[in-house]
Design a protein around this ligand. Structure first.
Ligand SMILES: Nc1ncnc2c1ncn2[C@@H]1O[C@H](COP(=O)(O)OP(=O)(O)O)[C@@H](O)[C@H]1O
Ligand SMILES: [Mg+2]
Length: 313
């Protein structure tokens, strides 16, 4: 009898677990139907260096599974923002939550856990260890996360089409291949969100296409992707684009209307900067701007003296 009860309990727990999984995918809490917190939530975040507002009172929410691009000219605060989301930098003011954890409430050990377990990073500069092979570079990420498993690292390299380059050193690999090692390294611990800062900035078109295909596949599998890019073609692959200018939100546009409806249904709001500012949607498409300095195309003559652009739009 007792044994049966236990079995039944286990079954019920399994069912609840499965429901939670399904509801998590829908952005709902299994127990109450309440909205689940967004995967990434920035609430009035600023990063200030002396007089310079690298990020200026920015509020953005990103749900699990969204593919978001952050665009804007050089110096507009994109990397600073990515470092804050990636738990590598802390804001001067405002609040950041990742996966429901308010980062400012965490100890440094807990913060390191979020960084290890939730976030995967891909940089423009590859940051591969030069004297380690491709597969060893991937294993370094496993080492910091949990345990080293060479077969798993090999599988990650195979996923990015580099099974036959696993024993090569970084200098024996092309730029595109090195970037793919970085993607494999970012993927190895199954992060909830991939943060990629100009991941195709050093790549030719063929390799850019390979990296974008990888992102497409990850996105299909439910991974959240936040990518900083200057490249209109890269930005146009994402569901949503946010443009920064001098650390301030300069525009927001959607490339995928069904993703937008889903986001709004889940309680997602437009990005904003300052108090209660709403983006007017006045976004000069990077697709139009091409690889030129987007800001010159985007900022209208009516820009406010303090560099804020919302009213001007
Ligand atoms: N550690 C720092 N100290 C002082 N200023 C910084 C620091 N990091 C970034 N900045 C400044 O903040 C602004 C935004 O930089 P960044 O986020 O790197 O821009 P982006 O990635 O869009 O090119 C720039 O003006 C940059 O010079
Ligand atoms: Mg940058």
């Amino acid at each position: 009898m007792e044994g049966d009860d236990v079995t039944e309990d286990v079954d019920v727990m399994r069912e609840v677990g499965a429901m939670r999984d399904i509801d998590a995918m829908r952005g709902k809490d299994a127990m109450g139907g309440a909205e689940k917190p967004m995967l990434v939530e920035l609430d009035h975040v600023s990063k200030i260096y002396g007089d310079l507002h690298a990020v200026d009172d920015l509020s953005i929410t990103v749900p699990q599974g969204q593919w978001l691009s952050i665009v804007g000219s050089s110096g507009s605060g994109k990397t600073t923002l990515m470092n804050i989301i990636g738990c590598m930098d802390t804001p001067t003011s405002g609040s950041v939550s990742i996966d429901g954890h308010r980062l400012e409430d965490l100890t440094s050990a807990q913060l390191a856990d979020v960084r290890k377990n939730v976030v995967g990073l891909v940089f423009q500069k590859f940051h591969l260890v030069p004297h380690l092979t491709a597969v060893e570079n991937v294993m370094v990420a496993q080492y910091y996360h949990s345990v080293v498993d060479e077969r798993e690292a090999m599988r990650a390299l195979e996923q990015v089409g580099l099974g036959d380059r696993a024993r090569h050193l970084p200098r024996q690999l092309s730029g595109g291949e090195q970037q793919r090692v970085c993607v494999a390294r970012a993927l190895i611990n199954s992060p909830r969100v991939i943060l990629a800062d100009e991941p195709t900035g050093n790549l030719d078109e063929a390799n850019e296409a390979i990296v974008l295909d990888l992102f497409r596949r990850l996105h299909k599998e439910g991974t959240t992707i936040i990518v900083v890019t200057h490249d209109a073609a890269v930005a146009s692959c994402s569901e949503r684009e946010i443009m920064l200018n001098h650390g301030v939100l300069a525009g927001e546009r959607w490339n995928d209307e069904s993703a937008r409806s889903e986001y709004e249904r889940a309680g997602g709001r437009p990005a904003s900067s300052g108090s209660e500012r709403e983006t007017s949607g006045g976004f000069v498409s990077p697709s139009k701007a091409g690889k030129v300095d987007i800001r010159t195309d985007f900022v209208s003559d009516g820009r406010a003296a303090d560099g804020r652009t919302q009213e001007a739009l």
